[in-house]
Ligand binder design. Structure first.
Ligand SMILES: C[S@@+](CC[C@H](N)C(=O)[O-])C[C@H]1O[C@@H](n2cnc3c(N)ncnc32)[C@H](O)[C@@H]1O
Length: 225
């Protein structure tokens, strides 16, 4: 089985350095789409869930942009491995330092896990997906994937390596904008989207799986079997 191994350490360090310019730079590098895809993932979860989730874990929460799309009332716990990101989070009811691969919560603690652009950064994707299913009934995830076509994959990688840092530095100058070149590492080291689809389907009931940006972004919603 393919593992989601790769230069994840470099990515992890980058999150510390981009915390201050984070969302402005995201808007630049995704040509304005970053939040639309988050909103789409959360809306899909509400459309497919049997009842609106009330207890929600925001996994790899960063400043909390994903949770902003939740409907009220919802009690949100933000979990992140980067303290700088967690400190910037003003959205969650509680903030917890931790990793997606070993969530510090009891089984079924949450109605849903939401994960915005964090699953691509983990060192063990299988473990993280298993953990999502262990602690929550629903999973709503949007993240960076790898298109099936090698040619498109290569084009996305080139865009990430060369265009993203330029766009990030133009719209969000300052310490950290060059770190956006490292997103190319996420693209090149991510497993293909079809692999992720099989992985999630083997651990949960996959309710929807969508690709955006030529497959560079995936959105999925799954429910515990
Ligand atoms: C690109 S940011 C996403 C933040 C936010 N969810 C959003 O929608 O913009 C990725 C976040 O995941 C966190 N992260 C990366 N790998 C992680 C891991 N293995 N466990 C916990 N958090 C992780 C990073 O610290 C970072 O804050």
């Amino acid at each position: 089985m393919i593992r989601a191994a790769g230069p994840r350490g470099a990515l992890r360090g980058a999150y510390e350095r981009i915390a201050r310019i984070y969302e402005r730079a995201n808007v630049a590098v995704t040509l304005g789409f970053v939040d639309r895809w988050r909103r789409e993932a959360v809306a899909l979860m509400y459309a497919l869930a049997r009842r609106p989730p009330l207890r929600v874990l925001d996994a790899g929460a960063g400043p909390g942009n994903m949770a902003l799309h939740l409907r009220r009332p919802a009690y949100v716990v933000a979990l992140d491995a980067t303290p700088e990101m967690l400190r910037a989070n003003r959205v969650a009811g509680d903030r917890v330092a931790g990793v997606l691969e070993m969530l510090p919560f009891r089984d079924r603690s949450f109605d849903a896990v939401i994960a915005g652009y964090s699953l691509h950064a983990v060192s063990d994707m299988e473990r993280a997906v298993e953990e999502f299913g262990r602690v929550a009934e629903y999973q709503a995830v949007v993240s960076i994937g790898r298109p099936e076509s090698r040619v498109i994959g290569r084009l996305v990688e080139l865009y990430a390596r060369y265009a993203m840092p330029v766009l990030a530095c133009a719209l969000a100058p300052g310490r950290g904008c060059r770190e956006y070149a490292k997103i190319a590492l996420a693209v090149s080291s991510s497993p293909p989207n079809s692999w992720l689809r099989v992985l999630v389907s083997s651990r949960a009931e996959l309710l929807a799986f969508k690709e955006r940006a030529l497959g560079a972004i995936y959105i999925y919603v799954a429910r515990r079997r």
